[in-house]
Write a protein that binds this ligand. Structure first.
Ligand code: ADP
Length: 203
């Protein structure tokens, strides 16, 4: 059986958790892992419709999600979960419960997240239509010692994803079967292709 683990994304709304979650899920599947992906927004709408955004409700959400992650991790799955998870204590509790827990801080300045406003939630929060919104009207507590920090206002999705994969290799959760070539970013690949083309090796 593979060694299970949970990659737990935390970060402000719009920081890029869902985007990287799906990219990482796809890459891990290519590495022949049994992967389960939990998109916090989907869990909330499909399975936690009863929960709002108060601290207590965030804690219940974390408790439910961490329980499922724990079971899957114990059974050798590669689990990836993305939810704002704004409270440090709740994340630390999830870490203790799951054990093989890799915290990824998806870091992005609040101003950039507000500008992206992918789901229109910042506009609503700033207009007072959402009472407790992390970063605006309720706290977002940054992780103190996450295993990985990705900075989505500076890195491409590919760069952030590769950073996580490299760390999973270092932590011994996935074998280093990826060739260096697989880990080049789109930008790096384009530069290499241009060089090879200039030398006449490829069209
Ligand atoms: P979250 O799940 O944290 O709420 P999303 O992934 O839904 O955030 O949205 C992030 C937005 O930021 C997307 O529109 C995505 O295309 C964009 N984005 C820009 N650069 C990056 C990056 N480097 N990593 C992730 N997302 C990025």
């Amino acid at each position: 059986m593979n060694r299970g683990f949970t990659v737990w994304f935390t970060g402000l709304s719009g920081s890029g958790k869902t985007t990287i979650l799906h990219r990482l899920g796809k890459k891990l599947k290519e590495l022949c892992r049994n992967v389960e992906v939990f998109d916090g927004d989907v869990i909330r709408t499909d399975h936690c419709i009863d929960l709002g955004l108060s601290k207590q409700e965030h804690d219940i959400f974390m408790h439910r999600t961490a329980f499922v992650c724990k079971l899957l991790t114990a059974n050798g799955m590669a689990v990836i979960s993305a939810a704002i998870s704004p409270y440090r204590e709740a994340r630390d509790k999830a870490r203790k419960e799951i054990g093989d827990f890799v915290e990824v801080y998806v870091k992005c300045p609040l101003e950039v997240c507000i500008e992206r406003d992918v789901k229109g939630l910042y506009r609503m929060a700033l207009q007072g239509e959402i009472q407790t919104f992390p970063g605006i009207s309720s706290p977002y507590e940054e992780p103190l010692n996450p295993e990985i920090i990705v900075e989505t206002h500076k890195e491409t999705v590919e760069e952030s994803t590769n950073k996580i994969i490299k760390k999973l290799v270092v932590l011994g959760y996935i074998p280093d079967i990826t060739s260096e070539e697989d880990l080049y970013s789109d930008k790096e690949e384009a530069v290499i292709a241009k060089r090879l083309s200039g030398l006449g090796y490829i069209d």
